[in-house]
Design a protein around this ligand. Structure first.
Ligand SMILES: *Cc1c(COP(=O)(O)O)cnc(C)c1O
Length: 389
């Protein structure tokens, strides 16, 4: 044979233990890892579809919806975004995207690949959109879909969703929300808020490994999908197929793709932990830890990128890199000395901020205190005065 087995595969892989305090992935609890050791089942075996049904119930709780179509795209958060765009949009459909960071930019990229007529309202990273601004834009652009990012993990901004649903209904618009970096860390009420499509990722607040994008479609959203003139261009992300595979449409399940069996076990376990804790407690834990982190950072003389606390998502804190500080030296100090990940900025916030994630299993006061301790040391290394004396 001309291609021999590679040398690198003769030794075991190297996987160090790291504390992942960036904007994702977050660490998974041991129970979730253990769930993945369970034996494989066929992706249409009744024991497995039973587990899928239980996952669906957990997701209905997480999304706060009674909607029929609640399932997962096999793929990470981006797969949820892709599924949103390819199912809701037909060529020349107008989509209005509220852009205040990288996720709105990516959404615009994806929507344009589906040949939608993409309209953007733009704000600087860290800003959010007010209801009157959104209403003015809905009036001007008359879109079929409005796309918002609840937790903009590139800037740390929290976009309020409450109140947007009724506006969208007034103008006959579907409301799609990216809740990848926020769901579970802050309140979200799909039905009460009138959200038509929402998706998230398993590896952020849910604290399962990256692998799936939980997604929900309202009846209004499904009506738009069913009224399409042309078929959905992605077979893999076709929500009508996914809904059937996940047992959401009342017809017998057909083979669409092989579900990621072990990942579904992990999600089932992670959701059972979310349910045992309860959403209110989960939200309160994120708020309390974020407050502790923000107070500690301020005590170190650091400034938060978003000055108004009401506009911050507790799940991702953005910290201004002070003048004269090499941000990368700091993130390297975290990793090299403590095997703790914090990250730099992304897209519009690149070079300007550090980002610290507080998500799910990792969102504890001990982890906050550890991040603060390392941050002080790292800044001291660069002779930055961190005490307020
Ligand atoms: C992480 C993230 C995504 C993308 O998720 P992947 O799992 O990396 O594909 C999308 N939107 C937001 C807001 C995110 O934070």
């Amino acid at each position: 044979m001309s291609i021999p087995p590679p040398e690198c595969l003769k030794s075991p892989m190297h996987v160090p233990s790291k504390l992942l305090m960036g904007p994702g992935p977050s660490n998974s609890p041991p129970q979730v890892h253990q769930a993945m050791l369970k034996p494989l089942l066929g992706h249409l075996h009744p024991e497995f579809t039973q587990i899928m049904d239980e996952v669906k119930e957990g997701l209905r709780y997480l999304f706060q919806t009674k909607s029929d179509v609640v399932c997962c795209v096999s793929g990470t958060g981006h797969a949820g975004m892709e599924a949103t765009m390819c199912n809701l949009l037909e060529p020349n459909d107008v989509i209005l995207i509220a852009q205040n960071g990288i996720w709105g930019e990516r959404a615009a990229d994806m929507a344009s690949r589906h040949e939608a007529d993409v309209r953007v309202i733009k704000k600087p990273a860290g800003e959010i959109f007010q209801l009157d601004e959104l209403e003015a834009a809905l009036k001007e652009h008359r879109p079929a879909v409005l796309f918002l990012v609840q937790g903009e993990s590139s800037s740390g901004a929290l976009q309020p969703i409450y109140g947007v649903g009724p506006l969208c209904q007034k103008y006959g618009v579907l409301l799609a929300v990216d809740a990848v970096a926020s769901l579970g860390g802050v309140p979200f009420f799909m039905d009460q808020w009138g959200v038509d499509v929402v998706y998230t990722g398993t590896q952020k607040v849910i604290s399962a490994p990256p692998s799936m994008a939980p997604i929900a479609f309202s009846d209004r959203a499904m009506a738009k999908v069913r009224a399409r003139k042309k078929p959905i261009r992605s077979f893999y992300a076709d929500i009508t197929w996914l809904a059937n595979y996940w047992g959401c449409d009342g017809s017998p399940r057909k083979y669409h793709h092989t579900g990621p069996v072990s990942s579904v076990y992990a999600l089932r376990e992670a959701l059972s932990l979310v349910c045992a804790e309860g959403l209110e407690s989960l939200w309160a834990r994120h708020a309390a830890c974020a407050q502790r982190l923000h107070d500690g950072l301020t005590a170190l003389n650091l400034q938060l990128f978003i000055s108004d606390p009401a506009k911050r998502t507790p799940t991702v804190t953005t910290i201004k890199v002070p003048e004269g500080v090499d941000w990368m030296k700091v993130t390297k100090y975290f990793m090299n000395k403590y095997r703790v990940e914090i990250s730099g900025g992304l897209g519009p916030s690149a070079g300007l901020v550090w980002r610290v994630g507080l998500m799910g299993y990792n969102c504890t006061s001990d982890n906050v205190d550890l991040v603060l301790k390392i941050m002080k040391e790292a800044l001291d290394q660069q002779s930055i005065i961190t005490s307020k004396l």
